[in-house]
Design a protein around this ligand. Sequence first.
Ligand code: NAD
Ligand code: TYD
Length: 341
Amino acid sequence: MRLLVTGGAGFIGSTLIRVILKERPDWSVVNLDALTYAGNLETLADLEGNPRLAFVKADIADAQAVAACLKAHPVDAVLNLAAESHVDRSILDASAFVRTNVDGTRVMLAAAMAAPGVRRFVQISTDEVYGSLGKTGLFREDTPIAPNSPYAASKASGDLMARAFGHTFGMDVVITRCSNNYGPYQFPEKLIPLFVTNAMEDKPLPVYGDGLQVRDWIHVEDHARGILAALEKGKAGEVYNLGGGNERTNLEITGLVLSELKKPATLIRHVQDRPGHDRRYAIDDTKARRELGWAPRVDFASGIGDTVRWYVQNRPWWERVKSGAYRDYYESQYGKRKAIG
Ligand code: NAD
Ligand code: TYD
């Protein structure tokens, strides 16, 4: 199987590529990524030179570039992960979110439909499209779409576009909606890597509002295996929720990070809440377990401990992200190479 993975230089895409190359030894992957601020090829440095992995620097909203990529690298399936992914940025300015998450998804769908040989399109989405839960209840696949942030609205729009391509053109489209991921290589603007790296530097941990918002945390490798299961076993036109079954308040996560690092609670700073902040997310993943034979494997307590240790042991990776030095990497690796083919 030959796959096109978009957003493979990001947190989840890079993990997915690693999982695929390891667990499917005869598969190959083309990673198409625009290398926005969130894309970092240093994350894939260990795979450099792997003959089963190709990299194409392109924007998913650029129809010509995407078509050229699919022509140069014919594939059997497309996994669309490229996205603007940070809620706080979408509150400041939603334009890049609409461009990439809505129009980029449309471009990818149209290009996949036009490319001979593409048999399946998997749209990687989020539980945030369902909005916010009260104290009880879980998101099911038939929960109404009710996004609250501009990020969630853009992802919901991408999902609806994917659904429409399936319905109108008979494309084989599968959608996955996952809860909050944690693990190595997450951009340190998201809660866990931000708090781990700030605590390591004895900087304050900015907890939004009362910190009692709840997220359902899943290890990124479990998410990657869920995407793989949806690709291999999902039914066309279906949505699959993927979740970790680990509901924690943000303050609980903060406490875990501090205790893993043996840092004091005096680092906690309650700051002004995020506008429109969703109170609780939690996933019912019964359908994915039943139809895909998938279940998360990573135990939360050991997963979070390993993750904190990873950031401790890989300080150069996140220091270069926080300083912006990682952005020179592409230039040093690829800047002087001439295009071939
Ligand atoms: P990320 O921000 O770490 O990575 C996004 C990647 O997409 C980056 O490599 C970036 O360069 C690339 N990209 C952005 N715009 C692009 C464009 N126009 N063209 C090509 N590449 C572009 O994000 P992530 O956390 O790895 O999320 C990946 C996907 O999973 C997203 O679709 C996101 O909505 C979804 N998701 C994330 C989570 C989570 O907890 N992080 C949970 C559920 C679903
Ligand atoms: P985040 O990692 O941005 O993911 P999402 O908003 O997509 O769930 O945030 C996770 C939770 O942590 C969310 O409730 C917002 C909160 N949060 C903070 O309290 N402080 C922070 O500095 C950040 C980045 C997030």
